[in-house]
Write a protein that binds this ligand. Sequence first.
Ligand code: NAP
Length: 267
Amino acid sequence: MALKDFYKGKSALITGASSGIGKDLALLWASWGCNVALAARRGELLEEAAAQCRAMGVDAVALSADVSNRAAMEAIRDQLIERWGFVDLVIGNAGVGGLNPGHVFDLDIHKKTVEINLIGLANTVVPFIPSMVEKRQGVLVGVSSLAAFRGLPKAGSYSSTKAAQARLMESLRVDLRGYGVHSMCIHPGFIETPMTDHDDFTMPFMVPVRKSSILISKAIAKKKRVYLYPWPMKVLTFFNRIMPCWLYDRLMPRISGQKDDIKPKLL
Ligand SMILES: NC(=O)c1ccc[n+]([C@@H]2O[C@H](COP(=O)([O-])OP(=O)(O)OC[C@H]3O[C@@H](n4cnc5c(N)ncnc54)[C@H](OP(=O)(O)O)[C@@H]3O)[C@@H](O)[C@H]2O)c1
């Protein structure tokens, strides 16, 4: 089956669809005949992207909401089930990056990162579980990061929430397997989006966003459980994961290329 045939006639909710990875996934899947719901906070950007999707002949709806707001995400679920009857693909992609150096660690930034990346992912996927279990089908996708696999320097908030996202999707995968529902986790390397539009640290093997969307689409169609990309970063991540702590502690700050004067901030 051609890749686009997997998406044709399906419906998808994508959070974080006002820019970057989420927006590009919505545009790509719309071009393949998938109805798309685009969610994020910036309504005008969502509406522009949804209009682009509709121009490709699918139903597309812009839903302005903060993923950390449980009631707002449940309302999105209600609205979409009323509109389409069922949502096949739920993509928890909304997220914030950030830097939070240990010696000046900012708990406000940490809390915000947890609320958006971790609670926000649960608020996105969990409301759809009952309808998927009832129909014994559906795919839940969490967009984590390769930063999930070790505590990256100056990134305690980001790395810890990305690791927790992966564990959430994994537990759901095990629990929902017997109910016909697939839960999976995507771990991108560096992708060209507004989130990486800075020079605070080195970002090797950067991937154009459309290439990233194709790779994510293939991983979902193949119902991968866990998907790491691009392959050179997957290889680096393998060595990163097996590196002993004494070496990791000395090497990682050096090769990350981070500036010394970084202040805590969301990206
Ligand atoms: N780019 C990379 O190199 C990279 C690498 C690994 C993983 N990722 C992950 O990929 C995902 C998408 O990132 P991106 O690179 O596409 O960055 P991006 O262009 O900055 O997009 C982030 C998206 O998340 C949305 N968002 C942020 N906070 C939100 C909230 N509270 N409620 C609803 N939506 C919210 C933003 O929309 P609003 O501001 O309009 O709400 C935006 O649409 C993130 O989870 C990120 O951690 C990215």
